[in-house]
Design a protein around this ligand. Sequence first.
Ligand code: NDP
Length: 255
Amino acid sequence: MNVLDRFRLDGKVAVVTGGNRGIGRAIATAFAEAGAAVAIAGRDEKRNERAVAELVAAGADAMAMRADVTSRADLTALRDGVTERLGPVDILVNNAGIGIHGESLSLSDEDWDRVLATNLDAVWKASQVFGAAMVERGAGAIVNVGSMSGMIINRPQWHAPYAVSKAGVHHMTKSLAAEWAPHSVRVNAIAPGYTKTEISDIDRPEYRHYWIDEVPMRRYAQASEIAPAALYLASPASSFVTGEVLVVDGGYTLW
Ligand code: NDP
């Protein structure tokens, strides 16, 4: 097999949470270009529809379902809906996430709960809901979107709940990878650095020094530069890789 063929996802069914914009959308597009049938899930139905329309216009087999990843019932309905329309899910990308900045002494219990519920608890729930079917079939790949924030402490913004949630995602990735490896279900993560999307305050002048000048590559990423790392971990190209957290940060965590 040609090595490039190992990156193809022909005949595979992929679900990307938070696939209607940003990094998730870039991943959904990349997977569709690699030949997968792709389902995206988010809460904003208009954005879901727009993203799917673009994928379909580009020739992809694509669908969207409204789902709040914090709801186990929504995740179960998503798995069942996608399985019915596209077939059993081969690839799950746990990408949906939120971030809030704030000094720790100013954050409320609600702030903590909201970030952890979306960024960590939801990854656990989705991994159980989709992972159960993968373990039963003896095949599957889960790619979690962690963050370099799960490895280092960012400056100048404070966001302890976010950082903790992403560190948890990385360790959950390793835990589930070890547990499900005998069932041929691989679990990996990507840890992006600063990437231009709606979640990131990337163009704020007061962040420039820390977020751009201190990056060895002296720039932030486009979402399209993150997607190929997810494709590698989702595809047969990484068939012997599990429990890995692949950093894609322009060198930020090197210092
Ligand atoms: P965006 O804000 O652009 O997109 C977030 C996506 O998540 C949206 O599609 C949103 O859809 C979805 N989402 C949020 N909450 C929920 C929910 N409860 N249920 C379902 N979907 C939800 O963010 P990014 O693309 O920047 O971030 C994507 C991932 O990458 C996140 O996990 C983030 O932490 C991570 N990351 C981002 C970095 C960056 O610099 N941008 C750096 C490192 C990691 P909707 O609102 O319709 O529900």
